[in-house]
Design a protein around this ligand. Structure first.
Ligand code: TXE
Length: 481
């Protein structure tokens, strides 16, 4: 059994609590590791190490920081295979996905911010009439907290840590207790890359104990969080009165709007991915599919045919398209949504059942599920299910679909399929979402702002936006009269 440890002041260490949690391999339901449920004192030890390291790390030249971050990226790439199989075992995702997306992106997060920080700049403003010049310093905040979820474990963990470190902060970070393994392996990589001790500290445990202790710590200056909207609201309630900077990337219920004039084959292939990649456990998945009435029946037939061909299997098998859901609790939650669907407004067109996999009989597998709904106001269209479940609904015209697309509490992303330029521009302007994809899905350029509106969160990650989040702006005004 693997024993996962905290990483404080450059060393792996046991938690001060004797409270251990179990880590389960979702592909077979077996416990494969134990994990400390760290307490307030553990978090405080991590804070003290970070605080001690901050003085010199914040004074390190941008070039030196950049070299270390680039080295971390290189070492992640060197360990691609180990990290990809660790991620796949921990999360249940197909190993092909971990190899193609999760681990390369974790490396790229470090590579990107090693470069971005060398291009980061602050502003200066001159008022000739007053004989003043203002310049703005962008100073690191101090010790910051990064809390990440289980769906893209190393990908999202590094998406926060890399810019925080690049900007000169020291970090106390907590990965999800459901998928802690690759964060545990990352600590060793950081040591090998020459990251000074105390600059990054990783504490493991439950959200309500370890996570809460990070959020409540009086000296931790900012919280960057990705996870559920309810948790985000709770974190905001705790951190806002303490005047911490907050970045919250929360849930989504993203519309995928398909017009009859789109490139049909490209749309169909991409829509299968945007519905079921990572078992639908990506906040950017397009879970509400709206199709123009003219092509609705054709789309329905073609989509179901393609979905039925997806191979559900062990995450470790090369040809698997749909692996295991992350946990039994999450599988049960998703099944609960399917079972609760009101028969008068929802018809299951395919899927909806648990699957038993050879050599993984106790794993958490669910068929990719397509449900036709008659109204956008049903639970299936209003709540984030976060699993391999999408709904289909026809629409008559642009006005109608824009209204229902926006009629939801979330506003993370949206996809529009059309070759009509005016319509693309109109939807880009009026869709209530932080990110819009036209004729594509999940193509990411890390320079762009990433985040959502409404219940999908506050703040933006990515590019210079996140470097601004992880720095304090201080303006200096000089009069030279
Ligand atoms: O996430 P949580 P859960 C959505 C998805 C899912 C739902 C719940 O709909 O079904 O959220 O998932 C830590 N103080 N998303 O319960 O609890 C926790 O330990 C500080 C969307 O697993 O939000 C973990 O590290 N931290 C999503 C992280 O928060 C706390 C990704 C996320 O866990 C805490 C995942 C607290 N009080 C789920 N409570 C996305 N946006 O991509 C929990 N945590």
């Amino acid at each position: 059994m693997i024993s996962i440890k905290n990483f404080i002041n450059g060393s792996y260490c046991e938690s001060l609590t004797k409270d251990w949690l179990e880590v389960i391999n979702p592909s077979n339901g077996e416990i494969y590791a134990k994990l400390p449920n760290s307490n307030t004192q553990d978090v405080h030890e991590a804070y003290l190490a970070a605080e001690k390291a901050f003085h010199s790390w914040s004074k390190t030249s941008v070039d030196q920081r950049s070299v270390i971050l680039a080295k971390i990226a290189e070492l992640i790439e060197d360990q691609m295979e180990i990290l990809a199989s660790a991620e796949s075992m921990d999360n249940g995702k197909p190993i092909s996905l971990a190899r193609a997306v999760d681990i390369p992106r974790a490396a790229y997060n470090f590579k990107f911010f090693s470069q971005a920080v060398t291009q980061f700049y602050s502003e200066s403003h001159e008022q000739i009439s007053d004989k003043t010049i203002n310049y703005t310093l962008r100073q690191p905040l101090g010790v910051v907290g990064c809390i990440s979820p289980w769906n893209l474990p190393l990908y999202l963990f590094t998406w926060k840590i890399a810019p925080a470190l690049a900007a000169g902060n020291c970090v106390v970070a907590k990965p999800s207790e459901v998928t802690p393994y690759t964060a545990f392996l990352l600590a060793d990589i950081c040591n090998k890359a020459g990251l000074p001790k105390g600059v990054l500290n990783i504490v493991h445990g439950l959200g309500k104990s370890t996570g809460q202790a990070i959020v409540e710590h009086p000296e931790i200056k900012a919280i960057s969080f990705t996870g559920g909207s309810e948790t985000g609201a709770h974190i905001a309630k705790t951190a806002a009165p303490m005047f911490k900077k907050l970045s919250l990337e929360l849930g989504g219920k993203n519309p995928n709007i398909i017009f009859a004039d789109c490139d049909y084959d490209k749309m169909l292939t991409t829509t299968v991915k945007s519905s079921f990649a990572n078992q639908g456990q990506i906040c950017l998945c397009g879970s509400r599919i709206f199709v123009e009435a003219d092509i609705y029946e054709k789309f329905k037939k073609d989509f179901i045919k393609k979905v039925s061909q997806l191979k559900i299997g062990l995450p470790s098998e090369k040809e698997t398209d749909i692996g295991a859901m992350v946990s039994k609790a999450h599988l049960d939650k998703v099944l609960g949504y399917i079972a609760a669907a009101n028969k008068s407004e929802a018809t299951v067109l395919c899927g909806g059942q648990k699957v038993s996999i050879k050599n993984g009989e106790k794993g958490f597998y669910l068929e990719p599920t397509v449900i036709e709904v008659s109204s956008n106001n049903c639970l299936l269209n209003q709540e984030e299910i976060f699993g391999p479940v999408v709904t289909l609904m026809p629409f008559k015209n642009a006005t109608e679909v824009l209204e229902i697309a926006n009629d939801v509490k979330y506003g993370l992303s949206a996809t529009v399929w059309t070759n009509n330029l005016k319509r693309s521009m109109y939807f880009s302007e009026h869709l209530e979402a932080g990110m819009i994809w036209i004729n594509t899905w999940m193509q990411r350029d890390l320079r762009t702002p990433f985040g959502g509106q409404k219940a999908s969160g506050i703040g933006r990650e990515g590019g210079f936006e996140v470097l601004r989040f992880f720095t304090e702006a201080k303006n200096i005004c000089i009069n030279y009269e």
